[in-house]
Design a protein around this ligand. Structure first.
Ligand code: TYM
Length: 333
């Protein structure tokens, strides 16, 4: 059986990378797969310090953003991770399956822990094990994410294989990453060779989904570009990372191939292209922002929705975690 699972951290500042690389693909996939589960991963968020009341509001806002972007909470399961204890239970078992050498290779830990890795939380180090548990506690088969999550999904496959091998079962599927669309890796507006990220200290590096019209215009105006006109063919973008990034953001927002974008703007400079990109970004983001505002004004309904998503999620995880515990040799209550 095919089952989609994906997640997003409620760490504030959801940006165009999260939208184009992940959430917008979820909106598409809900029409192709019957069984989709989308999770606000609050337990992953606390691997770095989160102010508790801000975490609560970010969790609601992240769920509301998914819905405002078009993820349907009736057809799909939407909930926050900490409401379904089986994620943490399976993560512990996976802490005992994954090897330290595997975790040592995770590039995201190295990036996030920075130079002072002795001071990083132990949770940040075992983060990928919890991520594998998120997916496999549903026997999820397909995981739509941006390019940056690929290595974590390879680890999830290694964990599933080792569990199946060690316990001589064919319990967990080997998850397939679904990394598709024109914007699998949206880059920073300030540096075309680093990823657009929530944690970049410069807010000018990203377009947040909540940015108002003036902020979007200012950020695109200040985005790094170059002095050449745009080429007419994509080969001409080679060696021009900032230009390539802006063109691919345009293509992703307009749902056009890069060649079509260049067909339209080849030979034109950024003086023409940036205002067009600004107009397009505003046209696409404003309706999401309005819906987000409406959803956030009714906290009770949002909390109800998360609770009912968690109830539905638990009805899937209960038998799976019971089976895992039995296989591992835990005595049943
Ligand atoms: P997170 O919260 O960092 O990002 C959420 C999703 O957005 C994608 N993304 C991007 N895509 C394109 N360009 C970018 N610049 C960009 N930045 C972020 C991410 O690839 C991701 O798909 N570990 C995950 C959350 C998670 C998860 C899971 C995902 C926890 N458990 C289980 C899938 C399955 C994360 O930190 O995503």
């Amino acid at each position: 059986m095919e089952r989609i699972f994906s997640g997003v951290q409620p760490t504030g500042n959801l940006h165009l990378g999260n939208y184009l690389g992940a959430i917008r693909n979820w909106v598409k996939l809900q029409n192709e797969y019957e069984d989709c589960i989308f999770c606000v991963v609050d337990m992953h968020a606390i691997t770095v310090w989160q102010n508790p009341s801000i975490l609560q509001s970010n969790t609601r806002e992240t769920a509301a953003t998914m819905i405002a972007a078009g993820v349907d909470p009736k057809r799909n399961i939407i909930f926050n991770q900490s409401q379904v204890a089986a994620h943490a239970e399976l993560a512990w078992i996976f802490n005992c399956i994954a090897r330290i050498g595997w975790l040592d290779r995770m590039t995201q830990f190295k990036e996030k822990a920075g130079k002072d890795k002795e001071r990083a939380s132990a949770g940040l180090y075992v983060y990928p094990n919890l991520m594998a548990a998120d997916i496999l506690v549903y026997k999820g088969t397909h995981v739509p994410v941006g390019e940056d999550q690929k290595q974590h999904l390879e680890l999830a496959r290694d964990i599933a294989s080792k569990f199946n091998h060690d316990y001589k079962r064919d319990l967990f599927p080997l998850v397939e990453p679904l990394i598709f669309g024109p914007a699998t890796r949206v880059m920073s507006l300030k540096n075309g060779s680093s990823k657009m990220s929530k944690s970049d200290p410069s807010d000018l590096s990203r377009i947040n989904l909540k940015d108002d019209v003036d902020t979007i215009a200012r950020k695109i105006k200040k985005a790094k570009s170059d002095t050449d006109v745009l080429p007419s063919e994509s080969a001409g973008l080679k060696g021009r990372p900032e230009a390539a990034n802006l063109v691919s953001i345009y293509g992703a927002l307009a749902e056009l191939d890069i060649t079509d974008v260049l067909g339209q703007y080849g030979g034109r400079g950024f003086g023409v292209f940036k205002p067009a990109l600004t107009e397009l970004a505003i046209a696409k983001l404003t309706p999401i922002q309005e819906e987000l505002k409406r959803l956030m004004s009714d906290q009770t309904s949002l909390d109800c929705l998360l609770k009912s998503g968690a109830d539905r999620a638990r009805s899937i995880t209960d038998p799976i975690i019971a089976e895992v515990k039995e296989i591992v040799g835990f005595i049943k209550p």
